[in-house]
Ligand binder design. Sequence first.
Ligand code: ATP
Length: 357
Amino acid sequence: MSVLDVSGLAKAYGPVKALDGIDLHVRSGTRTAIVGPSGCGKTTLLRLIAGFETPDSGRILLDGQALAENRTALPAHMRGVGVVSQDGALFPHLTIAENIGFGIPKSEPDRAARIAELAETVGLKSAMLSRWPHELSGGQQQRVALARALARKPHLMLLDEPFSALDTSLRAAMRKVVAELLEKAGVTTILVTHDQAEALSFADQVAVMRDGRFAQVGTPRDLYFRPTDATVAEFLGETILLPAHVADGCANCALGRLATHAPANGAHARIMLRPEQIALEPATRAEAQAASTGIYAEVCACEFAGASTVLVLHILNPREANGAVPPRFTLRRAGFDGIETGAVVRVSVSGRAHPLA
Ligand SMILES: Nc1ncnc2c1ncn2[C@@H]1O[C@H](COP(=O)(O)OP(=O)(O)OP(=O)(O)O)[C@@H](O)[C@H]1O
């Protein structure tokens, strides 16, 4: 099991600052996911850790040993770092057994047995060992790529969008298999992905990257429920943002007085809620007009999308303190429960609101 420490890492391609001062600590035997929009520098970071490129400045330590320090770098093959890329990149002229055994010396007496064991570990049938890469499905090829990387007994595994070419159901299954396998082998792992749900479910630690820097690093729950800003919040999932007056651990907003996560203050703060925190119950316009407590809303729009439905809700009796809040918000709900455009609903909020600057 190995510990990775990255500090002050920077890399520019001409005028483009691909990495602009990255600090990252990955604990031994854990899984870290790096997410961020296209072009933010994710692959560049993996390439520097793998040793395919040299940083302009900064340091990468694996178990205290310098893999790269400023412009000096240990060659990739001496780092003990395994890499699995998006397409698996198998050698087309080698059989599956030869691909898996690529990094195992031919002189090793139990080479064939190790290849068979690795194939079994990643769930490949022994009959596949004599096949060629083009005779395997995408998911099977990714398993071979993983077995090939594991054969070298890496201290650190780098996974660069390894599931992105797979269809949705296979993707989820492979993610689970790979997470379990790496955990069992105790290999410290970094996964790069575009998929926020994948990052949140796969990793112990998630780093959100933006313009060559980390916007936030933390546990999946921390990042999802306590994002540092609205961009991180929206990147990690559906978000409801409402203007609020935040003081003394409470936020006054269009949805009433809500307890907040942190003791934040600020007259112009906003709060964030996740859609799972909002419950709707059918109600009537008369109830809404007569009510002295509770929040009522009218459904102004309803977009059915199969597994989820997006509602636009107009709050009929907003409770905000400053009166300047547009009392309307969008809510994505799982499934469809018959609430249509024109319906009146009672709105309740569970859990705490998260204040944002
Ligand atoms: N070899 C290169 N030469 C010039 N610019 C490069 C090179 N490699 C990357 N870049 C630039 O550096 C920035 C970061 O690229 P990188 O591939 O690391 O992003 P990414 O987050 O992995 O993107 P994606 O999710 O689309 O793969 C981009 O602006 C990219 O155009």
